[in-house]
Design a protein around this ligand. Structure first.
Ligand code: DWN
Length: 422
């Protein structure tokens, strides 16, 4: 089901080959340590989106441990779960929320356009929601690629051209005829086990003026805000700019610009261009490179804080339940799986979780017997507390669930520190 990782995905530390002189110089002083160091460990955990019906078998459990590269400070999981298990049938769909629509517009505003009807390829196009927005509301020419059969079918029903495959050099060769001017990869790069193959695919599709936009969760947000619930088997890497610059060193691509984004708890839009591009790199690249320092100490603090937060939510919910209160979950996000299994919750603590995604409904939260139900259950059942596991949409949710709050319901927001609203 999974294999172990022994070398750094970005700089290659731990591989049999000796790094090139160029790589060694760029890496700076080395610790002499040749192995990846464990920095955060949640033990054996279920797969975050493995929603199965009661009685059906889970895909399995795998270690959830983050390792740090002492040479380039790249953080990555100690194992890679087989991508076909994770993604051939995928239950996460891009959110139809206003927050996400606003985010789409933000991205469009950030992309410098070379033509009136640009050709954009989206890698990891999910159910095609972003492509649909670009094609039907902006008039762009679009094409996508995604490995999930169920999501590609939805995208096809939306009238979109989407290839059903994992992205890499082989897939890129098949897409080449589309000749994208812009390549967008939203929250997919850190899901990818072989960065070199991914970048080779980008190179195949990138003549000098192609703009590549990679949207990734940023490790600075993870560490500074304690977002441990975004550590799960799909997220193989915890991204920062330094390791990325290592990775690109032997390729034809260069970092072009880095822009902070607020989506999903904090992310970056990392723009790449061909080294022969006429457009000069933005100063943001060197600013990020100079500011980054995500070493062992930052991870040690993160680990301690994360276990404190897990203990705090467990204590709050246990106490509420002992006092006769009813507690449910709101949003069966991948993050909810991490919280629930880290806290050891079962149906005895969390009666159910509401969610809007049809693929997740009437299945159990992975690793537990907690059922996922429709969002109407919140008003029908009026629980005392709803733990908001979709905290990245909290403002929108508070507005949407006003009727629940008006009837005395309360949201527990577990992040960044446990808070009860109102
Ligand atoms: O990288 C990834 C990111 C971008 O998305 C993936 N590996 C998986 C996924 O992570 P997630 O599941 O934590 O994403 P969300 O978008 O935070 O999930 C929110 C969940 O809450 C969804 O299942 C939808 C649900 N929801 C709801 O029931 N009512 C969301 C909103 C806004 C709502 O009002």
């Amino acid at each position: 089901m999974y294999h172990k990782i022994t070398s750094c995905r970005a700089c290659g530390l731990g591989k049999a080959q000796i790094p090139t002189l160029k790589q060694s110089v760029a890496a700076g002083p080395q610790s002499g340590d040749t192995s990846l160091l464990p920095v955060f460990d949640l033990g054996l955990q279920p797969l975050a989106n493995d929603f199965v019906q009661a009685g059906e078998e889970q895909s399995g459990f795998a270690p959830l441990k983050v390792m740090l590269c002492p040479r380039c400070n790249m953080a990555q999981l100690s194992v890679v779960v087989r991508p076909d298990i994770l993604y051939r049938h995928y239950s996460y769909v891009t959110s139809p929320s206003q927050t996400m629509r606003d985010h789409f517009q933000t991205l469009v505003d950030m992309i410098p356009l070379a033509s009136h009807k640009p050709r954009l390829l989206e890698i990891g196009s999910n159910d095609g929601r972003f492509l649909d927005f670009l094609q039907n509301e902006k008039g762009w020419q679009v094409c996508g690629i995604d490995p999930a059969k169920n999501l590609c079918e939805t995208a096809h029903r939306r009238g979109l051209k989407v290839y059903c495959d994992f992205f890499g050099a082989d897939a890129a060769a098949r897409i080449q005829e589309f000749e994208p001017e812009i390549i967008m990869a939203r929250h997919v790069f850190c899901h990818c086990p072989d960065w070199k193959d991914f970048v080779r695919g980008l190179e195949i599709l990138s003549p000098p003026e192609t703009l590549i936009c990679i949207e990734v969760p940023y490790v600075a947000d993870l560490l500074s805000k304690g977002e441990f619930d975004t550590v799960y088997h799909e997220h193989l890497s915890y991204f920062s700019i330094k390791p990325m610059s290592h990775l690109l060193m032997e390729t034809s691509l260069r970092l072009h610009k880095v822009v902070p984004l607020s989506i999903h708890g904090g992310a970056l839009l990392v723009m790449l261009r061909h080294r022969d591009s006429q457009t000069s790199p933005d100063k943001s690249v060197s600013q990020y490179l100079n500011a980054e320092d995500f070493g062992h100490e930052a991870w040690r603090k993160f680990s301690t804080d994360s276990f404190r937060k897990i203990g705090a939510l467990r204590h709050f919910v246990d106490t509420a339940v002992q006092n006769g209160k009813r507690v449910v979950g709101y949003g069966a996000s991948a993050k909810s799986t991490v919280w629930i299994n880290a806290c050891g919750f079962t149906r005895n603590q969390i009666s159910f979780i509401t969610d809007t995604t049809p693929e997740k409904l009437y299945r159990n939260s992975p690793g537990t017997n907690i059922p996922i139900v429709d969002e109407g259950a919140l008003l029908r059942e009026l629980p005392d507390y709803a733990v908001c596991f979709a905290w990245n949409y909290i403002d929108e949710i508070l507005q949407k669930e006003k009727a629940y709050l008006d009837r005395g319901g309360k949201f527990i927001v577990p992040h960044p520190d446990i808070k009860v609203l109102p």
